[in-house]
Design a protein around this ligand. Structure first.
Ligand SMILES: C[S@@+](CC[C@H](N)C(=O)[O-])C[C@H]1O[C@@H](n2cnc3c(N)ncnc32)[C@H](O)[C@@H]1O
Length: 343
């Protein structure tokens, strides 16, 4: 009961709503973080870019370079060909076009994020995801998320963003200097912290919710201390991650597993994209813990039916069955932070 309340409800009367562009009008992208492509030379370009000749048919300026990118097609996982300024920053990605040579499908930025869902660009098809995914696509929930909603998680034992970030950074030590993907980043609470830490060559803030990504952009824009270099916003489904196998050093998924349509498919995908030695760190709400009175358990199971609240044993089971090793976890009431590594 406590989990359901603290996760999905919020005492609205306690919140004074600041003015938000998302609640009333269409979002407009105004690139503010332009950085010369020459300034961006990190592990991505050395690892993933090699100049290749491709047809200049992805609808962007002729004078721009064409190269193999670190993003991959969500349909076939072939690395995408990018035409436009290179680099992992909002402006360069916004001004680039991406194409899968195998599927012949093009991808581009919508508003401020790069849409790498399988359904990107479809006109006649709409897909409705499970309620726990749809809930976070709402502009209101996206707006409220860092304005009270997430703070409620403390009631279930979440230590709070600063402490959770510190704990995650400990687990991520083997991935220092690499590419981190913040899967189901929401409004970018942790993506911003990872980007600011300066311990990664790049941070990709990835979520399925368009409005969460818009909110994320807004927070980035407001924060003068946050350089948007090495930070990208991507829309994707955790069950279909747009990266080549073995191309990512670290995956973070804060308070997310219980929202995923299929935690096992998601963890299989995360395992696929991690390189050998790469680290996965996640947090979620547990269905119950050893201290949950046995009499309350059936009631909680019933209330939480339809959500992916797992037990600690189930989380470890899924991680190890996907081939991850060195599983470890920290539990505080219903909060769990777990970590596992790709062998
Ligand atoms: C509770 S929020 C977590 C936000 C943030 N990571 C945190 O720690 O506070 C859960 C997020 O999972 C995202 N999500 C739900 N289904 C998803 C899916 N299929 N693929 C990717 N993200 C998804 C939602 O859009 C939402 O932003």
């Amino acid at each position: 009961m406590a989990i359901a309340a603290s996760t999905f409800l919020h005492p609205l009367h306690l919140i004074t709503l600041p003015k938000s562009p998302y609640l009333s009008c269409k979002f407009q992208f105004r690139p503010q973080f332009y950085v010369s492509p020459a300034r961006f030379r990190s592990s991505f370009t050395t690892r993933a870019s090699s100049a290749v000749a491709v047809e200049p048919d992805i609808g962007i300026q002729q004078d721009q370079a064409t190269e193999v990118d670190f993003f991959a097609c969500p349909i076939c996982y072939e690395p995408l060909i990018r035409k436009g300024p290179s680099g992992l920053n909002l402006s360069a990605i916004y001004r680039s076009g991406f194409k899968c040579k195998r599927c012949n499908k093009s991808y581009s930025s919508k508003d401020i994020y790069l849409d790498l869902t399988v359904t990107a660009g479809l006109r006649n098809y709409t897909e409705v995801s499970p309620a726990r995914t749809e809930l976070f696509r709402s502009p209101l929930v996206s707006f409220l998320y860092e304005r009270g909603w997430r703070q409620n998680f403390a009631q279930s034992g979440f230590p709070g963003p600063d402490e959770e970030f510190k704990m995650a950074q400990e687990y991520f030590k083997p991935a220092t200097g690499g590419l981190l993907v913040d899967v189901s980043c929401g409004s970018g609470l942790f993506s911003r912290k990872f980007a600011k830490a300066g311990t990664y060559s790049g941070v990709i803030a990835l979520d399925f919710s368009e409005n969460m990504l818009r909110q994320c952009y807004d927070f980035i824009k407001q924060d003068n201390t946050l350089s948007a270099n090495n930070l990208a916003l991507v829309r994707a489904d955790v069950s279909r991650l747009p990266f080549s196998s073995g191309s990512v050093d670290a995956v973070h998924a804060g308070a997310a597993l219980h929202c995923w349509p299929s935690p096992s498919n998601a963890i299989a995908e995360i395992t696929r994209i991690l390189r050998s030695g790469g680290v996965f760190v996640g947090t979620t709400f547990l269905r119950h813990t050893p201290s949950t009175p046995w009499i309350v358990r059936p009631l909680r199971e019933r209330i939480l039916q339809g959500y992916s609240y797992l037990t600690e044993e189930e989380i470890e089971d899924v991680c190890t069955s996907c081939g991850l090793t060195n599983y470890s976890s920290k539990v505080q009431r219903s909060f769990i932070m777990f970590s596992a590594q790709k062998p």
